[in-house]
Design a protein around this ligand. Structure first.
Ligand code: PLP
Length: 392
């Protein structure tokens, strides 16, 4: 029996482009049978040939071939050495934050995804880990927030839902100069558009439920690192918490990733059209979209990404317009989540950012007139027509 971990990856060959690597994954096919679609190893344990020998797999909580193929694929696409697949983005975040010790301090993006806010404050705050939420697009504010015990800067860029852009390279430098690690939640852009490790970050984290899975059919998380100590940390978390992604869901993500490049291109071009249309609508007061040339940090976006993604937020003229949109959309679905083939519209104040305190939401602009749209890969005219009809 071949040992998968020794099987030669052909997709790591430098001459292959991102698109080809996304299609072929790490092994390209399953080496035992040549199955082109990597099999779902639906097994909890593995038979040993004899005492002292192992196929490389012992027990699926630790390692499973389908999950391993996915983890190696994730590492290849993010340009890292070690990939990890978790049962959710939140599970990946939980595993990450246990890197910190009581007494450590972390700095996080101020309008960060509400679930990450909850983990930092409610869970890790309880264990004596200090935190500050800072506008990471303001480097001076970050420098001021650094303390002698700062051990992590958690960057979400573009941020959810205000589409702020943070300079990954500059923030990674600040982190390293102060003995901290830099983490990037790369959910919104994926490695197709943004590769944080190549910009100096230490950890890339994902809600893989979103674009990586891509089809609104799994809950999953991912982490990719280069450093061996960080890799050992994530491995220990997977082994101890048992929060690794199940084989079936690993396979679904592998299948999703095969079209990542195609989907991201379409999300990108559709979002551009929808954002431009929204901006001209009389009932729309403000559009938050990183692809606008007059976005405050457009230059940083152009420097560190190759695309703008499919996410847009916007504020409308009244709460009544919000309710009309949410009630009247037809093809577009009023639902929490993002990054799938279907266009979804979300009301952050009661959904994704439910647990963020009201005063913080008000200050940031996540008001009752604020909506977020994850532009899908349908015909862009159908998306616009649906919004137009729902608004009027
Ligand atoms: C940017 C971001 N990070 C992390 C998460 C958490 O991921 P999950 O819902 O897969 O647990 C989400 C979920 O919406 C998110 O939007």
């Amino acid at each position: 029996m071949k040992n998968f971990s020794n099987y030669k990856d052909y997709s790591t060959k430098d001459e292959l482009s991102f698109d080809s690597k996304a299609v072929h994954g790490a092994l390209g096919c399953e080496p035992l049978t040549g199955a082109v679609s990597f099999p779902i190893y639906q097994t909890s344990t593995f038979r040993h040939p004899e005492f002292g020998r192992s196929t490389g797999f012992d027990y699926s909580r630790l390692l499973n071939p389908t999950r391993q193929e996915l983890e190696r694929t994730l590492a290849i696409l993010e340009g890292g050495k070690h990939g990890f697949a978790f049962s959710s983005g939140q599970a990946a975040n939980m595993a990450l934050f246990t890197w910190l010790n009581p007494g450590d301090h972390m700095i996080l993006m101020d309008d960060i995804y509400g679930g990450t806010f909850r983990i930092a404050t409610t869970i890790f705050g309880k264990y004596g880990i200090e935190y500050d939420f800072v506008d990471l697009s303001d480097l001076d504010a970050v420098k001021k927030a650094i303390k002698p015990n700062t051990k992590m800067i958690f960057i979400e860029t573009p941020s959810n839902p205000l589409m702020k852009v943070a300079d990954i390279q500059a923030l990674s430098d600040i982190a390293h100069e102060n003995g901290a690690i830099a983490v990037v939640d790369n959910t919104f852009l994926t490695p197709y558009f943004q590769k944080p490790l190549s910009l100096g970050a230490d950890v890339v984290i994902h809600s893989a439920t979103k674009y990586l899975g891509g089809h609104n059919d799994i809950i999953a998380g991912a982490a990719v690192v280069n450093d061996d100590d960080l890799a050992a940390h994530f491995k220990l978390q997977l082994k101890s918490h048992g929060n690794g992604l199940a084989p079936m869901d690993s396979w679904l993500m592998l299948r999703g990733i095969k079209t990542l490049h195609l989907r991201m291109e379409r999300h990108n071009s559709n979002a551009k059209k929808v954002a431009e249309w929204l901006r001209k609508h009389p009932k729309v007061e403000k559009v938050y979209y990183v692809g606008f040339e007059d976005h405050k940090d457009y230059d940083i976006t152009k420097k560190q990404t190759t695309g703008f993604g499919g996410m847009i937020s916007f504020a409308v003229d009244s709460v009544e317009t919000v309710y009309n949109i949410l009630k009247n959309v037809d093809m577009i679905m009023f639902a929490e989540s993002l990054g799938g083939t279907e266009t979804l519209i979300t009301y952050p104040t009661t959904q994704t950012h439910e647990d963020t305190p009201e005063d913080i939401k008000e200050r940031l602009g996540i008001t009752k007139k604020f909506l977020r749209i994850s532009v899908g890969i349908e015909d862009p005219d159908d998306i616009i027509n649906d919004l137009e009809r729902a608004m009027n």
